[in-house]
Each structure stands twice: as structure tokens, then as C-alpha cells.
Design a protein around this ligand. Sequence first.
Ligand code: SF4
Ligand code: SF4
Length: 85
Amino acid sequence: MFGPLISKPSTSKANKTGSWRVEHKPKFLKKDCIACKMCVLICPEACITGEAKNTYDYDSNFCKGCGNCAAVCPKKDILMVKEEE
Ligand code: SF4
Ligand code: SF4
């Protein structure tokens, strides 16, 4: 009865929230990573995946550029860079 105005509940995984990102994005250097998973745990979009050292990366379709991952990485193996880089 309300037609297309009502949509189903969803999650940030289903909706590509990466379109909201402004100015900065993370860059995973993959040099000194120790696979501690801190970046995975802190990411509010659950868009970081990886298994072993130097394999962690993020999905830009969902990243909002908050910088949490770079701030928490104990090895400084994630940098926040300008969107165009
Ligand atoms: S910048 Fe924020 S949203 Fe993007 S991958 Fe890092 S923690 Fe996740
Ligand atoms: S926080 Fe840094 S060291 Fe830990 S898994 Fe992520 S990239 Fe690797």
C-alpha cells in the first residue's frame, strides 16, 4: 500500500556506503603487517578482510574513510591518503 517508499531493513553490507566517503581512503601497505586483526575489529563497516600477514585490505564499496584502521594499526602499515591516490 505504501509502494516503493517502504524498503526492507538492510545493512551497510547490502548498501554500498562507500559512496559517502569524503577526501581520504586507507592504503594498506602490506609490508609490516603482523595479522593482529585490530583493523578488522575496529572497522565500523566490516569492510576489511585478510588472513595472513600482509594480506589485509579493504573494500572501497563500503569504506567511509573514518581512519580508524590506520589509527589502530600497531605497525603503521595503513596510511590514510587522498581519495585520488
Ligand atoms: S577507513 Fe574506516 S571504514 Fe574505511 S576501512 Fe578503515 S576503519 Fe573501515
Ligand atoms: S592492524 Fe595493521 S598489523 Fe594488524 S592486521 Fe591490520 S594491517 Fe595488519
